[in-house]
Design a protein around this ligand. Structure first.
Ligand code: NAD
Length: 314
């Protein structure tokens, strides 16, 4: 049984904690947050307000880092130097040079490391990659990916609204789509970019050139409380694959359309999407790598470096 500790019991821990609780080969034994009230409802865990104390007292196999972004790399290096395997929330860091620092620390200590880029485990996005790889609907011609929402006012100490600590929209929001593009389609060039950054609002629009096709992408924290929207639409030679308005659809040339949404009624054949939780899928994948000493080969450091290089130029 893998012993897991989690640090940073804020918003996203609400997706990680239940995933660990469901897992059969792992046990979440300890939590750490500087705000003790965040841990009150987890009375069956050993709770710490100091990470060094948790790392010294617990014999952890895995540390799950759900801290604010600017703390990820240093905490990952500290834990790996103690021989602990680390999964951290995205991004690995705001600084490109941290990719080498973190991966070399993992190698030196012979431990596993993963950044939990959740779209790589999200059924709709996994299906899109499978359609691209298999060329089932021909070659990819164009794509659009968007991720929009209102300005995040809820984070601890306002860290998310502080560019030095969160990197704002590029590192907090757009990174999801860019990481997926790099994972699924390779390393792009930026053909065009636009950003409008004002106090309490941030918007970016980019065109990525992949050689044979290009992808348009938008991400925003609008000043207004715009509803959170994460969508894509990809044009293949023989079909449009779209995840829009809460539905995963394939539109075919002969006016036929297939509804692959997780909630869709009836059997749409072998490509029906499984009902699954991407946050659980990513942690299950990492636990399996640790338990069975498998390489974490769904992630390549050069992909993470490419993403941080692009984001640092916005
Ligand atoms: N994958 C996703 O979909 C997704 C979604 C949201 C957030 N995230 C990522 O998760 C990370 C956390 O975001 P969040 O929204 O949960 O933030 P949050 O502000 O809600 O939570 C951060 C928590 O860390 C605690 N903390 C701060 N410093 C600490 C320290 N030194 N020791 C122990 N605890 C400390 C805070 O008290 C707070 O509870 C970010 O890096 C963000 O990019 C990912």
């Amino acid at each position: 049984m893998l012993k897991v500790g989690l640090v940073g019991v804020g918003g996203i821990s609400g997706a990680h904690i239940p995933a660990w609780e469901e897992m059969e080969n792992a046990q979440l034994v300890a939590l750490c947050d500087i705000r003790p009230e965040r841990m009150e409802k987890y009375s069956d865990k050993r709770c710490y307000t100091d990470l060094d104390e948790m790392l010294a007292n617990e014999e952890l196999d895995i540390l799950d880092i759900c801290l604010p972004t600017y703390l990820h790399a240093d905490v990952a290096v500290k834990a790996m130097n103690m021989g602990i395997n680390v999964v951290t929330e995205k991004p690995i860091s705001l600084k490109e040079e941290d990719v080498e620092r973190v991966y070399s620390t993992a190698e030196k200590n012979n431990v596993k490391f993963m950044v939990a880029h959740v779209l790589r485990f999200w059924p709709e996005y996994e299906l899109l990659k499978e359609i691209y790889d298999s060329k089932r609907y021909g070659k990819l011609l164009s794509g659009t990916m968007i991720r929009l929402g209102g300005y995040p006012k809820w984070s601890w100490d306002g860290w998310m609204m502080d560019e030095k600590r969160s990197g704002l929209v590029p590192f907090d929001l757009h990174i999801h789509d860019l990481d997926f593009m790099v994972y699924a389609f390779g390393l792009p060039k930026v053909a065009n970019q636009y950003r409008s950054k004002l106090p309490k609002q941030d918007y970016i629009s980019l065109v990525y050139d992949f050689g044979e096709f290009s992808i348009n992408s938008e991400a925003s924290w609008y000043a207004a409380s715009y509803p959170f929207t994460a969508e894509f639409r990809f044009q293949f030679e023989d079909a449009i694959v779209a995840n829009e308005k809460g539905k995963m659809m394939i539109y075919l040339k002969d006016n036929e359309k297939i509804d692959l949404s997780q909630e869709a009624e009836g059997d749409t054949g072998s490509i029906n999407l499984p009902k699954s939780d991407a946050y659980a899928n990513e942690l299950i994948y990492f636990a399996d790598c640790v338990e069975n000493n498998k390489p974490v080969d769904k992630f390549r450091p050069e992909e993470l470096s490419c993403v941080l290089k692009i984001l640092n130029n916005l």
